[in-house]
Design a protein around this ligand. Structure first.
Ligand SMILES: C[S@@+](CC[C@H](N)C(=O)[O-])C[C@H]1O[C@@H](n2cnc3c(N)ncnc32)[C@H](O)[C@@H]1O
Length: 251
C-alpha cells in the first residue's frame, strides 16, 4: 500500500477535525486507522509531515473547487490514491468519475469503503500509469476534467511527457486539467530532502518538465494559481519557505 497516499489521508483526516476545516474528508480516518503503523508519527517523518501538511490541505481544497466549478461531466483522477471525492463531493447529475491507481491501492481502499455509496458514477481502474493504460468506458468525445494530485513530483521529464501526451490525446475540446507545481522549489522541501529518514520519500521526487510550456505548446490555455494567495484567502498561515501553487489548463 502506498505510504505517500496514506500520508495524504492522515493530513485530510486531521484537517477534517478542525472547526475551520477547508474540506470534510471524514472517510480518511478509516484509512489511517486501518494502517496505523504505515506512517511513523515520531522521528524524522514528523518533519516531513509538517512540510507537506499545509500544501496537502491547500491543494485538496483547491482541487475540490476546481472539480466542482468544472462543466465537464467526465472526471479522471490520475493516481487517485485514497482520494474520497467520489463519495464526499456534491457532483452534478450525470458525472462519471474514473479513479486510476495501482491495484494494491484499490484492494486496500475499496475494502474499507464497501458500505459507502458514491455520489457519482465511480469507475475504478487498477493500472500502472507507466504502462500503455486505458480507461474502460471512457468517452474521448466528451470533455474531461483531469486531476493529477501528488503525482507529477514523482515522475521524471520523460514520464511526465508520456503522461501528458496520453491525456492530450484523450481530451476533447473543453477538457481541463489541474495539478500542483513548483513545490520542489520550496525551501522547506529542499531542507526536508536532506533530513535523515526522509530519503525513502525524497528519492522519489523527480520533476523536471516545464508542464506549463508543454501544455501551451499543445494548444491548452494555462492559468497559474499562487499557493500563498489561496492560503491567505482561506485564512491559513503560510509556512516559512513555502513555495509553489497550481496550474490549471483548458483545451
Ligand atoms: C502522494 S499519493 C497521492 C494520491 C492522491 N492523488 C491524493 O492526493 O490523495 C501518490 C499516488 O500515486 C500512485 N502511483 C504512484 N506510481 C503510480 C503508477 N506508476 N501508476 C499508478 N499510480 C501510481 C500511488 O499509488 C499513490 O496513490
Amino acid at each position: 500500500m502506498s505510504k505517500t497516499a496514506l500520508g495524504v489521508a492522515r493530513v485530510r483526516a486531521f484537517e477534517s477535525r478542525r472547526p475551520d476545516r477547508l474540506f470534510d474528508d471524514s472517510l480518511a480516518q478509516r484509512f489511517v486507522d486501518a494502517a496505523p503503523d504505515a506512517f511513523p508519527v515520531d522521528g524524522p517523518m514528523t518533519t516531513i509531515g509538517a512540510v507537506f501538511h499545509h500544501h496537502a490541505v491547500i491543494r485538496t481544497r483547491f482541487l475540490d473547487d476546481f472539480l466542482l466549478a468544472s462543466e465537464c461531466r467526465q472526471v479522471v483522477l490520475l493516481a487517485a490514491g485514497l482520494d474520497t471525492r467520489a463519495f464526499r463531493l456534491d457532483w452534478p447529475d450525470g458525472t462519471t468519475l474514473f479513479e486510476a491507481d495501482l491495484p494494491e491501492v484499490f484492494a486496500f481502499k475499496d475494502a474499507l469503503l464497501s458500505d459507502e455509496v458514491p455520489r457519482c458514477d465511480r469507475r475504478v481502474v487498477a493500472m500502472d500509469l507507466r504502462d500503455d493504460w486505458n480507461l474502460p468506458g471512457f468517452d474521448a468525445t466528451k470533455p474531461t476534467a483531469w486531476v493529477a494530485e501528488g503525482l507529477l513530483i514523482y515522475l521524471d521529464e520523460a514520464e511526465t511527457d508520456t503522461l501528458l501526451s496520453k491525456v492530450d490525446q484523450l481530451s476533447a475540446p473543453g477538457s481541463e486539467i489541474a495539478f500542483e507545481r513548483g513545490l520542489g522549489d520550496s525551501e522547506l522541501l529542499k531542507k526536508a530532502r536532506d533530513l535523515p529518514g526522509v530519503s525513502e520519500y525524497s528519492k522519489l521526487w523527480k520533476g523536471g518538465l516545464d508542464t506549463g510550456r508543454w501544455l501551451t505548446g499543445h494548444g491548452w490555455r494555462t492559468h497559474d494559481h499562487d499557493g500563498r494567495a489561496l492560503a491567505e484567502r482561506w485564512g491559513r498561515v503560510v509556512p516559512e519557505g513555502s513555495a509553489g501553487g497550481f496550474l490549471t489548463a483548458t483545451k
